[in-house]
Design a protein around this ligand. Structure first.
Ligand SMILES: NC(=O)c1ccc[n+]([C@@H]2O[C@H](COP(=O)([O-])OP(=O)(O)OC[C@H]3O[C@@H](n4cnc5c(N)ncnc54)[C@H](O)[C@@H]3O)[C@@H](O)[C@H]2O)c1
Length: 384
């Protein structure tokens, strides 16, 4: 297949690597010459390292790199079967690129966006044929993260969805089909991992390191919420939360945190600036977590209950199937278990009673249990 990629930034070049590795012919277009040069150099370096690590032979690496062409004119993408746009997150600019593309490519070409926060419906509205437009959402870094969310909009043709899914599956990715709703699956369902951890800290229940330790030691999460926010970057993570919060008409479940906002404002972005919730300088010593086991259990139970409630509510609103929600959280965020399988394991009554307690204690809508969680608990039912 001929694949076109628009945007040679971190996502565009990662997606190009994935597609070319899967045997596709890839053309990458960017308006910025420096971005093209940088992407070319970085891909060459990546493949040199992969050859060194014996993941590929030199010949294989040369073949893959040989299948990626960088171009400086959109017209050269005319023979594409699928185009994935990964440019700046700006609706007007994306709409303009999509309407230009429609004039260049054949009627059969699928036009996809890698947007994280815009609706596919809004991007496709600029097209004469919105039925060929779909969301194909990779995670960063695209070559390493297995999950890809496939997002048909209300106008996407079912054949387009089927073909997009088949293609991405053939690139050895795990696909999850999701409705065109804010945050799709992962950026919606993962919110409480950060939000409830920040809330627990803000209430003075525990410090960063104890909250992180609770999630890792009891839950088996690879990183605690504060470590993960530092890894993602407090600026990026805060913006995602704020966007989801705004898109859900200010639902208090997604309310952003002043703590994180101040860290972002102060430039304490995390690993990339050397300091965030933790200090990443070489001689820094990480504070010790509390050894209060019941406290850690309470923290873990509260965050997990909020996460399960979010996953269950996504099933309730038919955002995606239970299977796809669990796949998305395992492969898009590396959670140790799917949240719905976790709910089945501990029984829906447990998260429900934790949420009911929190709701009573605080009187905040933030802690309202999903009606599907109530129903599942009442009927003693399970998701799988
Ligand atoms: N970075 C992430 O973690 C991540 C994850 C998933 C999805 N996304 C989404 O992917 C998209 C790209 O993100 P990124 O992090 O790769 O950004 P980036 O800033 O690294 O790269 C964007 C590239 O697009 C180019 N560009 C801008 N306008 C263009 C135009 N009109 N035509 C062609 N090229 C143009 C820029 O020169 C730049 O090289 C965004 O929609 C973002 O929301 C990002």
């Amino acid at each position: 297949m001929n694949i076109g990629i628009i945007g040679a930034g971190s996502m565009g070049s990662g997606i190009a690597q994935v597609a070319a590795t899967a045997g596709e012919e890839v053309m990458v277009y960017d308006t910025n010459e420096t971005a093209i040069e940088k992407a070319g150099t970085s891909l060459t370096k990546i493949f040199a390292r992969l050859v060194e690590k014996e993941k590929f032979t030199q010949n294989e690496a040369d073949d893959i790199l040989g299948r990626i062409t960088f171009v400086d004119s959109l017209e050269l993408l005319e023979n594409s079967d699928l185009i994935i746009e990964a440019i700046i997150e700006n609706l007007e600019i994306k709409q303009s690129v999509f309407s230009q593309l429609e004039k260049i490519v054949s009627d059969e070409c699928i036009l996809a966006s890698n947007t994280s926060s815009l609706s596919i419906a809004s991007i496709s509205s600029a097209c004469q044929h919105p039925e060929r437009v779909i969301g194909i959402h990779f995670f960063n870094p695209a070559p390493l993260m297995k999950l890809v969310e496939i997002i048909p909009s209300i106008t996407t043709h079912t054949e387009v969805t089927k073909n997009a899914k088949t293609t991405i599956d053939s690139w050895k990715k795990v696909t999850a089909l999701v409705k065109d709703t804010p945050g799709f699956i992962v950026n919606r369902v993962a919110r409480p991992f950060y939000g409830e951890a920040l809330r627990i800290y803000e209430e003075g229940i525990a410090d960063f390191v104890t909250i992180d330790a609770a999630m890792k030691e009891i839950g088996g999460f690879r990183m605690g919420p504060f470590e993960l926010m530092d890894y993602i970057g407090n600026d990026v993570n805060y913006t995602v939360t704020e966007t989801v919060f705004t898109s859900f008409y200010f639902d208090p479940r997604y309310k952003p945190s002043f703590t994180q906002k101040r860290f972002a404002e102060a430039g304490l972005l995390g690993r990339k600036t050397g300091k965030g919730f933790y200090d990443y300088s070489e001689d820094s010593i990480r504070p010790k977590s509390s050894d209060d086991k019941p406290l850690k259990q309470l923290i873990f139970d509260r965050i997990l209950a909020m996460l399960i409630n979010e996953a269950v509510d996504a099933v309730f609103w038919q955002v995606a199937s239970a299977e796809d929600i669990d796949l998305a959280m395992r492969f898009g965020t590396n959670y140790p278990k799917g949240l719905l399988a976790w709910c089945d394991e501990i029984g829906a009554n447990k998260p429900l009673s934790i949420l009911e307690n929190l709701y009573q204690t605080y009187g905040e809508d933030r802690y309202r249990p999903s009606s599907l969680l109530r129903k599942t608990a009442k009927e003693n039912a399970s998701f799988f």
